[in-house]
Design a protein around this ligand. Structure first.
Ligand code: ADP
Length: 554
């Protein structure tokens, strides 16, 4: 029974269909722009809305009902944006497939989500074609930006050309406003920590999250922005930027498959984005390219970086060398993803502001956070006590998607909270500092060493391009840190020197004695350091390790 006085307000559902209608009318002149390697292909939001209408009619004609899943296997581009909007707005469920997953994982997620139709970019057919025979629920494939006849389909699967299919359809579609709790879109986690798990975002969570992206203390996205969306649309909804753009009319710049530093900078020179979003590894490459070939990028009012900890040295390089502000944010596929954003408090001094900026940021008003110690006790938000972070809120997952009654990893959720697997501390004014992922923390002699702190410190050395730190087994200490380091071209730093440079920032027992010089840090499908691979290489004896003297028991 409901207790209390009912409000007098309308119960109008929050809906991506409503956002789409707003975008194609009020924001009709905003643009989505795709880079082709040498120039841009442009589409207004008005045109995008008409294409979305055509796609919705085409999908209905192919038998796609409300609640059916439609997969996309695409780069960030105009057509992906059309599909991104049409599918939820017609009441069906968008499933953006992570094109960089291993083939077995891709087959797993497409079958698990039971995708009925998949829309594929022509340039990705060589990757997608071999998967198709294993995709048991797929009945139709639509090929965009390429030649549909290049795809050989197994019996029972029809292949269509995007252009021909859409051209035959009317442009107006009566997008329904469905129950706001219904699924609008799905993303699977990238499997950094086990099998990919599906998160089904609702219309309600997507609209509320979009509002958060548009707030000044979120990403402050607005119609004045040209937002360069490097983070893939399959990685936690491209951090919510595409749906937020429907709300505020920010124009979107899409790099398609041109994700290397050179073409990204060429697109920046041509289109002058005011805002850009990508994981730290992308920016390492862009900064390297800028050092070799300087280019003014001060048209960027802000660069948002997250997905893994941003090395403070990178933030400093953007500040001092490029005159561009980096905004650090924390989130997960399970949190839509915006959890916290590192705007410093308005009254902070310059020195305090820096400490706030390199933290993972302040939680959004609607996101509640708590820290639990190993015994399950809640620890205070005093800026010092460490614990595993748990969050809850209207755009945080309450469970993983399951096609039947079996629960997927139910241990990740309890008492209405999501267990993040991240370990950190929170200040009284709600700023989070992450120490590590719980499985990456190095446990040495009963004490913790943060792999992230060591990585950031090693990467601040002028001779170092990238560094990833893992814990390796040790008889005396249980675990000790191993640094896998990539040097800048043409330098010949050694392990002794690199370790000496850390000595004023870490206690003696925290200084790593195992060093491996590698050509490149292996990356996950979304561009994060892949420590699983480094651990496996170490276990196989495939790493050439320089051994320095370790700590003495005393
Ligand atoms: P996956 O878990 O497959 O890597 P996600 O992108 O959802 O995919 O990863 C979320 C995780 O990424 C977080 O739990 C956290 O460990 C890490 N992460 C995200 N943003 C940050 C950040 N700003 N600083 C440190 N770690 C981060």
């Amino acid at each position: 029974m409901m207790v209390g006085m009912l409000s007098t307000m309308q119960d109008e559902p929050l809906s991506l269909a409503t956002l789409l209608r707003h975008a194609m009318t009020a924001k009709a002149d905003s643009e989505v722009v795709t880079w082709t390697g040498s120039e841009a292909r442009r589409m207004t939001f008005g045109e995008m809305g008409r294409r979305a209408g055509q796609l919705a009619h085409a999908l209905r004609a192919l038998g796609v009902e409300q609640t059916d899943r439609v997969g996309t296997f695409m780069w960030n581009n105009n057509e992906h944006f059309v599909a991104y909007n049409a599918i939820p707005a017609m009441g069906s469920v968008l499933h953006a497939l992570n094109i960089r997953l291993f083939p077995e994982q891709l087959t797993f997620v497409a079958n698990h989500a039971e995708d009925k139709v998949v829309i594929v970019d022509g340039s990705l057919l060589p990757l997608f074609g071999p998967l198709l025979p294993g995709l048991t629920s797929v009945k139709h494939v639509i090929v965009a930006n390429g030649d549909a006849s290049a795809l050989e389909a197994p019996a029972g699967v029809s292949v269509h050309s995007w252009d021909e299919l859409l051209a035959a359809q009317p442009e107006e579609f009566d997008f329904p406003v469905v129950d706001e709790r219904m699924a609008a879109a799905m993303c699977y986690t990238s499997g950094t920590t086990g099998d990919p798990k599906g998160v089904a975002y609702s219309h309600r969570s997507s609209v509320l999250h979009s509002m958060q992206v548009c707030t000044t203390d979120g990403m402050a996205l607005s119609e004045r922005d040209d937002a360069l969306v490097i983070v893939p649309m399959f990685h936690a909804n491209a951090w919510g930027i595409p749906y937020a753009a429907l709300m505020c009319g920010a124009s979107l710049l899409m790099p398609d498959r041109f994700l290397q530093p050179e073409p990204i900078l060429a697109m920046m020179a041509a289109e002058k984005p005011t805002f850009a979003a990508a994981v730290p590894t992308i920016w390492t490459g862009v900064l390297g390219q800028l050092a070799a070939n300087p280019q003014d990028i001060t048209h960027l009012r802000e660069v948002i970086v997250g997905g893994s900890a941003v090395p403070p040295s990178m933030m400093k390089a953007f500040d001092d060398e490029q005159g561009v502000r980096v905004l650090h944010a924390w989130g997960m596929t399970e949190t839509s993803p915006l959890g916290s954003v590192a705007h410093p408090p308005a009254r902070a001094t310059a020195e305090e502001a820096w400490d706030y900026r390199i933290s993972q940021g302040q939680f959004a008003a609607s996101v509640q956070a708590r820290l639990l110690d190993d015994d399950g006790n809640v620890v205070p938000h005093d800026g010092e006590s460490l614990g595993e972070l748990e969050v809850k809120g209207p755009w945080i997952a309450g469970s993983y998607y399951s096609p039947d009654d079996t629960e997927v990893e139910p241990e990740k959720f309890h008492d209405g909270w999501l267990r993040t697997g991240d370990v950190g501390r929170i200040t009284p004014n709600g700023y989070l500092t992450l120490v590590d992922r719980s499985k990456d923390v190095i446990k040495s002699g009963g004490e913790w060493i943060s792999s992230v702190d060591l990585e950031n410190a090693v990467m601040s050395h002028p001779d170092v391009l990238e560094a990833a730190v893992i814990g390796v087994p040790d008889d005396a200490w249980d675990e000790r840190p191993l640094v896998a380091v990539v040097l800048n071209e043409g330098v010949d730093a050694d392990a002794e020197g690199l370790r000496a440079a850390l000595s004023d920032r870490f206690a003696k027992w925290q200084l790593p004695e195992h060093w491996a010089f590698i050509d490149e840090v292996p990356k996950t499908s979304v561009g994060k350091f892949d420590k699983k691979v480094i651990r496996a290489r170490y276990a196989d004896g495939a790493l050439d390790v320089v051994e320095l003297e370790g700590p003495h028991p005393n």
